[in-house]
Design a binder for this molecule. Structure first.
Ligand code: ADP
Ligand code: MG
Length: 640
């Protein structure tokens, strides 16, 4: 369509054009309307964005504030941590000083006790002498009376004889008496000397008085007075002789050790009891001292003979509580238990370590010796004669009850058989391997081993019985005795001290080793031969560790066997350790017994460094509290 030629435009055309224009305008209007709506929408959106930006700005500010606060809290925590650390260092230093002081105090007490013993034995000597003097005096009194009687008789006889004869007799007696007196005067015993001088003075006085009174010296008529005086000389001489004999006798008696007969039996008993008490006290103190020094304690126990000991007994001699003699070789242990010793005697010497368990010290008790020497009897015992383990557990629970302690006990039990660890508390075949690992504190533990938290003593005893029955069962299937594996039962005792808010953790290892005998290869079945090979390997690894430790070598070969690696903390480590050497009295086992005693002697030279395992519960709690407070406030802020 064209509008250039106006003359050619007809009406219809115009109409059509108008309609188009109108339509166009209408469309334009609509578009305009839409544009306006869009602009309005955009303005609204712009407002919203503005608001959103503002909101984000606020949030950003809040976040940065929070960040600042968190930084402050972290700083606070760091400060607290630092103070905790220095507190610990202080505590450790204090404990070290305390330990040294304790050692010194014990040394002093020990020397005081020794002095007391010396004093006591001096007292014993003087009492004995005093007593022998009393006995001598009463004896002299009797003989004095007897002599007096006989002298009176003599003097009457003298009276009836003629005067001259009597006179001569008196004079000769008098001269004799004077000679004796001279002799007596030379005697070194001073109180007797005094008596003699007194009597001599009395005689002179009497003679003088007689002369003054009568105007003449004493004559035969006065014989009775003279004979009384003479009688006194004789008695004195007798007294002197008797007394010196008694003194000599009592000294001799003392020397041959029969002084008790001379002493009042009651007094002797009292003295002996006192001496025993003092000796025990000294023993206890020296034990504590050894304990403080971290010495491994070694006890030796010889079991009674039984029907299986076919041949005669070898001659084990108990020299005293600490010394044992076998084949002319002397061995020194902390305590030696003879054949008559009971399970109770044995346990009494273990009991001293009970307290350590509740103060975070690790404890290890292990029995060593050849098969049949009484290791299992000593460690487990029987129902009627319970051994170290049941007695210890019983006392642990008694102690917890008595001291109202907050304690938890976790138990695990394993055996090492042919260098494999077997979990004795898990009777299902587990696919997970049991490996020895070290935890963050460097302590050795068995990964994947069943650990059971026990609720009471009954449960714990049942679990231990179950474990030892599994050990036996497993091995009976293999047609062998129970001593072909090492069994280790571990108790983890966690004690919470409500007053100091500290938690002590103690590991108690109770180990019944496999028999230590060298095996006669010709008598063993193939399986037994293999077992023996593993046992000998692990025990010789144990021997190597002991030698390295006792010679203070810089390298200790703990990793040469699973047994030594497992026992690492107990030998030369941070544990209090007691080794029990079990010995058979039979002559056929003489060589084995000698080698066990030599082992024990080596272990006695090992010094551990027991340390307390304390968890800083109070400090941790404070930190936890600060952290949780911080979390709460952060949440509240976010909600706002
Ligand atoms: P091990 O574990 O060293 O192989 P056991 O503990 O099994 O030896 O002891 C062997 C035998 O000797 C057992 O019958 C045990 O009851 C007995 N026995 C061991 N020591 C004593 C002891 N002190 N008193 C009584 N019997 C004992
Ligand atoms: Mg055994």
């Amino acid at each position: 369509m064209s509008y250039s030629n106006k003359e050619n435009i007809d009406d219809t055309q115009i109409l059509v054009d108008q309609e188009e224009v109108l339509e166009f305008v209408k469309q334009m209007k609509m578009m305009n309307k839409q544009f306006i709506l869009q602009i309005k929408q955009l303005i609204r959106e712009k407002e919203e964005y503005k608001f959103l930006i503002q909101e984000l700005h606020c949030q950003l500010q809040r976040k940065s504030e929070q960040l600042q606060q968190q930084e402050l809290i972290i700083q606070e925590c760091e400060l607290q941590l630092e103070s905790c650390r220095s507190n610990y260092e202080e505590q450790v230093n204090r404990l070290e000083i305390e330990l040294k002081l304790n050692q010194m105090v014990f040394q002093i007490e020990l020397s005081q006790q020794k002095q007391e013993i010396v004093d006591l034995s001096d007292k014993l000597k003087s009492t004995q002498q005093g007593y022998s003097t009393t006995v001598a005096t009463s004896f002299l009194q009797t003989s004095f009376n007897q002599k007096q009687d006989s002298l009176f008789k003599d003097s009457h006889t003298l009276e009836s004889v003629g005067q001259t004869e009597g006179d001569q007799s008196i004079m000769s007696h008098k001269n004799k008496g004077q000679r004796m007196m001279l002799k007596i005067m030379q005697d070194p015993i001073s109180n007797l000397k005094k008596q003699k001088e007194l009597i001599k003075r009395e005689i002179t006085q009497w003679q003088d008085e007689f002369l003054k009174k009568e105007g003449r010296p004493p004559s035969f008529n006065d014989k009775q007075s003279i004979s009384t005086k003479f009688y006194q000389y004789t008695i004195l001489k007798k007294q002197l002789n008797d007394r010196s004999t008694f003194i000599q006798d009592s000294t001799d008696s003392k020397n041959v050790g029969v002084q008790c007969n001379l002493m009042d039996p009651q007094q002797t008993l009292q003295m002996q009891e006192l001496l025993k008490q003092k000796t025990n006290e000294i023993k206890r103190l020296s034990f504590q001292l050894e304990d403080l020094k971290g010495k491994v304690k070694v006890y030796c126990r010889v079991r009674p003979s039984n029907s299986l000991d076919k041949l005669k007994d070898c001659e084990v001699q108990f020299i005293d509580e600490q010394h044992i003699l076998l084949k002319q070789k002397m061995f020194n242990f902390d305590i030696c238990f003879n054949q008559q010793s009971t399970q109770k005697d044995m346990y009494e010497e273990i009991q001293q370590s009970l307290q350590a368990i509740f103060h975070g010290y690790n404890l290890c008790i292990f029995a060593y010796g050849q098969t049949g020497s009484g290791k299992t009897y000593t460690m487990f015992g029987t129902k009627q004669q319970p051994g170290v383990i049941p007695n210890l557990i019983d006392e642990i629970y008694q102690y917890i009850k008595r001291s109202n302690l907050d304690c938890s006990i976790i138990v695990s039990s394993l055996e090492i058989y042919k260098e494999n660890i077997i979990d004795l508390l898990n009777d299902q075949q587990s696919s997970q391997s049991l490996e020895l690992k070290e935890n963050a504190n460097g302590q050795v533990f068995v990964q994947n081993l069943t650990n059971i938290k026990v609720q009471n003593m009954h449960e714990l005893m049942n679990l231990i019985e179950f474990a030892s029955s599994r050990r036996k069962q497993g091995l009976t299937e293999m047609n062998d005795s129970s001593s072909r594996s090492h069994m280790c039962t571990q108790l983890i005792v966690e004690t919470f001290n409500k007053i100091t808010q500290q938690k002590f953790i103690s590991r108690v290892n109770l180990i019944d080793l496999a028999g230590s005998e060298r095996c006669n290869k010709s008598r063993l079945k193939p399986n037994q031969l293999e077992e023996a090979k593993f046992i000998n390997k692990s025990l010789s690894a144990l021997n190597d560790v002991m030698i390295a430790l006792s010679t203070k070598s810089s390298f200790i070969p703990y990793r040469n066997s699973k047994l030594t690696y497992l026992m690492r903390d107990s030998l030369g480590g941070n544990s209090k350790t007691i080794m029990i050497i079990n010995i058979s009295p039979s002559f056929i086992n003489l060589d084995e017994s000698l080698s066990s005693l030599q082992y024990g002697q080596k272990v006695k030279q090992i010094t551990n460094q027991p340390i307390k395992n304390v968890e800083p519960v109070d400090q941790l709690k404070k930190l936890q509290k600060v952290c949780s407070q911080h979390d709460e406030s952060a949440q509240l802020r976010q909600q706002k």
